[in-house]
Design a protein around this ligand. Structure first.
Ligand SMILES: [Zn+2]
Length: 176
């Protein structure tokens, strides 16, 4: 299993609904989590099924659980029920678009629904970072990439051109 890189057309298909969380899917989930964990710079915080060549509608994402501990969770058939009117500027990257980052404006909170790995339907409100991750991964499952938003929002796009002495990325703005 490996992460598919744009402009591969596999990233552009809308995924299909998951009817049942099978043991095989749970195994796949584990593999996706392990793969996401291998990305440390930038950190892999989420991975959608079609980023690894699958056609089902689900993603894994590293979010805080109720005790504030960061854990990978699976989201099957995710939906966004409503968006907040307030928006936030996110500095957004993607494992499928290495070295590029965009300044994307997105709703700062979303109300979402999905099925968890036990097949239970969940509805919750996400704000801040989790809201951003959910929207980014949801877009993947619709065949959309953050680059589409860079273009439609005429947003700023940056490329990593190297590292400074402290090991931090050096960004350079690129034209779109
Ligand atoms: Zn992505």
């Amino acid at each position: 299993m490996q992460v598919i890189i744009a402009p591969d057309q596999k990233l552009r298909f809308k995924t299909t609904l998951v009817k049942k969380v099978t043991p095989k899917l749970l195994e796949t989930l584990k593999e996706m989590e392990e793969l996401a964990k291998t990305y440390l710079d930038p950190e892999g915080v989420g991975l959608a099924a079609n980023q690894v060549g699958l056609t089902e509608q689900f993603f894994v994402a590293k979010l805080e659980d109720s005790k504030g501990k960061e854990v990978f969770k699976a989201y099957f058939n995710p939906k966004i029920i409503s968006y907040s009117k307030t928006t936030k500027l996110f500095f957004e990257g993607c494992l499928s678009i290495p070295d590029y980052y965009g300044e994307i404006t997105r709703p700062s909170a979303v109300e979402v629904s999905y099925m968890d790995k036990y097949g239970k339907g969940i509805k919750e409100k996400l704000t801040g970072f989790p809201a951003w991750v959910f929207q980014h991964e949801y877009d993947h499952l619709q065949g959309k990439l953050f680059m589409d938003l860079v273009l439609s929002q005429k947003a700023k796009l940056f490329k990593v051109v190297g590292k400074d002495r402290a090991g931090a990325d050096i960004f350079e703005e690129v034209g779109i």
